[in-house]
Design a protein around this ligand. Structure first.
Ligand SMILES: [Zn+2]
Length: 474
């Protein structure tokens, strides 16, 4: 049996790949790329290597996230054994990621992959070259960390001064923090609809249907709306992002509120903002029947007259999914229910009837809210006049706002949800209901009444109001 010694590969003719990187933003790079290529080919000639492929990526220096498809293709070709040497102009062009550079050093050391640079700075086939590369890795790493820390410190400092945030301005503002009236109107509308009981999806649909686009020209969805509702800058609070590395090495960002108030005009009040946060954080919101998106007034809200289950709705009719006990044409039932609600809201006793006889409680919470608002006013005044510093202002106002949000929540629950409370507090509740969005109407109906659909004999023509049973909750 013949045993062959493994041939040291360095003695054979290596197959080499050339990697080039072109920067899109620099003029005259066209020339530079040809020079890069020539220098790399010169190295191959000098070493007696055969060039099997050339990879080139165009990157934009202004974009942070850089996709380099040819780099990825080269790495997978390398692992597939297409070549065993890589020539690039310098290490910076190959990669600026310390982790990737470390991989190259390992490949050179353990898998005998040759990596040389045309500018002569590194030759990873020898110890000195690898050492040079590793030092470069260390320097690059430290620089990345320093830069990160500097950026965070600068952002924080800016936020603490209440400065207008850098970067892409929020919808509703220009880059100097001035309010753009048309956009601010949309922002206010989103907050108002949510406070009134509309769902995230419902708000998205309303905006999309009225032809309003996001600033990027996209359609609104739940996540863009949540992002908007969660942004404390809309109520004039200065915030900054903190980068945190968790124990398992993951990077997480969290938003902190700075001590100072923002030096820009708020689009919504702090009270509205806090109320919205309380609702967004309310775990029952997602399971609330009225809170889930529906296209029809009574879907899963009306009950089946035979089994008491919740009725479904197809394009034409309400029907019982539990056993087909009822199937009723939808439009006249919705029409009837809407008219009943409007009529009830038009009666003078409605506020009393649906406040669960809680007039005194309502008055109590109103007084409570007024007291807290007055205290907030004092704290703000003290801050403005320099009587208290930012930290104390922040502590005091956060505490008071938490109390206020609780009072608002209590008030809302007393009258059976924000939606009903809102409609009832309107100058003309019946009119407010008529004008409300579908989501709000559903929430109001749910708070006001139970609607039960009785089965009707097949083929019976016309709508009989007696087959829809309304039970008032008040
Ligand atoms: Zn049924």
């Amino acid at each position: 049996m013949e045993i062959r010694e493994p041939r040291p590969r360095t003695s054979g003719k290596r197959k080499a790949a050339i990697y080039l990187r072109i920067s899109q933003d620099q003029t005259g790079e066209g020339l530079a790329i040809e020079r890069q290529r020539k220098d790399c080919e010169g190295i191959a000639l000098q070493k007696g290597w055969e060039i099997v492929d050339t990879y080139a990526d165009t990157v934009s220096a202004s974009k942070r996230e850089v996709r380099r498809p040819d780099y990825e293709r080269m790495v997978s070709d390398l692992h597939a054994g297409k070549f065993d040497a890589v020539i690039c102009y310098d290490l910076d062009r190959l990669t600026r990621q310390p982790r990737e550079l470390e991989d190259w050093v390992d490949l050179a050391k353990y898998r005998n992959i040759a990596l040389v640079t045309a500018n002569g700075e590194a030759d990873l086939t020898n110890d000195n070259g690898r050492l040079f590369a590793l030092i470069k890795v260390g320097v690059a790493r430290a620089e990345v960390e320093r830069k990160g820390a500097r950026q965070v410190a600068a952002l924080r400092q800016r936020a603490e001064r209440g400065g207008v945030p850098k970067g892409v301005p929020l919808t509703g503002y220009d880059k100097d923090g001035n309010v753009i009236a048309d956009e601010a109107k949309i922002v206010r509308r989103v907050f108002d609809l949510f406070v009134a009981g509309e769902t995230l999806k419902g708000i998205g649909r309303i905006l999309n249907e009225s032809g309003v686009k996001t600033r990027r020209g996209a359609r609104w969805d739940s996540s863009t709306i949540t992002g908007l509702l969660r942004n404390a800058r809309y109520c004039g609070r200065s915030t900054y992002r903190v980068r945190e590395v968790t124990s398992d090495g993951k990077v997480r960002y969290s938003r902190h509120v700075a001590e100072a108030k923002g030096n820009w005009e708020a689009i919504v009040s702090e009270n509205t903002f806090d109320l919205v946060q309380a609702r967004l954080n309310d775990p029952s919101r997602k399971t609330n029947r009225a809170g889930t998106e529906r296209k029809h007034l009574g879907a899963s809200l009306y009950l089946c007259g035979r089994c008491g289950g919740r009725a479904s709705r197809n394009s034409r009719a309400y029907w019982c999914p539990q056993g087909g006990h009822v199937a009723r044409t939808g439009a006249p039932i919705d029409e009837f229910v809407l008219r009943i609600v409007e009529a009830r809201l038009g009666l003078p006793d409605v506020l009393e009837a649906f406040s669960q006889d809680t007039g005194a409680l309502m008055l109590e919470t109103a007084t409570e809210a007024q007291l807290i608002e007055a205290r907030l006013g004092i704290v703000e005044n003290d801050y403005d006049e320099g009587v208290i510093d930012g930290r104390r202002y922040q502590e005091a106002s956060v505490k008071l706002r938490e109390q206020l949000a609780k009072v608002y929540a209590k008030r809302a629950s007393i009258v059976g949800g924000n939606a009903l409370a809102d409609v009832l507090s309107a100058h003309n509740p019946a009119h407010a209901f008529t004008e409300a969005t579908l989501g709000v109407k559903r929430a109001v109906i749910d708070a006001l009444m139970t609607v039960t659909l009785l089965p009707v004999p097949r083929g019976k023509k016309g709508f009989d109001p007696d087959t829809v049973v309304i039970e008032w909750k008040g």
